[in-house]
Write a protein that binds this ligand. Sequence first.
Ligand SMILES: *Cc1c(COP(=O)(O)O)cnc(C)c1O
Length: 216
Amino acid sequence: MPLEEIKSRIAKAEAKAGRAPGSVQLIAVSKVQPNERVEAVLEEGHRCFGENKVQEAAGKWPDFAERFDGIDLHLIGPLQTNKARQAMELFNSIHSVDRPKLAKTLARLAQELGKCPDLFIQVNTGEEEQKAGVMLADADAFIAECRALDLPVKGLMCIPPVDEEPSLHFALLAKIAKRNGLQGLSMGMSGDFETAIALGATHVRVGSAIFGARTY
Ligand SMILES: *Cc1c(COP(=O)(O)O)cnc(C)c1O
């Protein structure tokens, strides 16, 4: 599906939800996609992209950044502390802050580097054992801990369980954000971004609907 079509679906969903035009940012998730496809989307003028692995992003984005101005790169996958420095140098936003050890590492590096990407705290709304994200019962305390470390927390992120109605998870994430005074909501993917926008998403992460299926 062409980029323009996704953008117009986002615009319609914004209007339907009574949200301001342009209030939802489209993160084009380029993980695993061949460089030609990513380049085609860059040529169309899009600049906001998401990757889920630091190593993979480091292998392709510095080259793109030399050729295209104003790239806005988001890390949407889990982050190990030993890759935190590299991630902070490469990404403009990190959506997967989910544990005290990582938060403390980011805070230390922010001091050292004199800058920090915008941060989103990932919440494990489905309480799935294998999934990243802070558990529901720990979310408020962890948000407070990140703020006490002076980290630039912009909002929350979730990935609903594949076999559940995503709207319940989006509504829950919005509720946690609201009671903590956070504006940003990173939620919604190819199959459900319009639902996420109806429930307040500020950032939607759309991969296959833009680039086509990923072949691993
Ligand atoms: C891959 C990925 C996406 C994009 O998924 P699509 O279904 O291709 O839109 C969104 N968010 C995260 C965290 C991902 O890893």
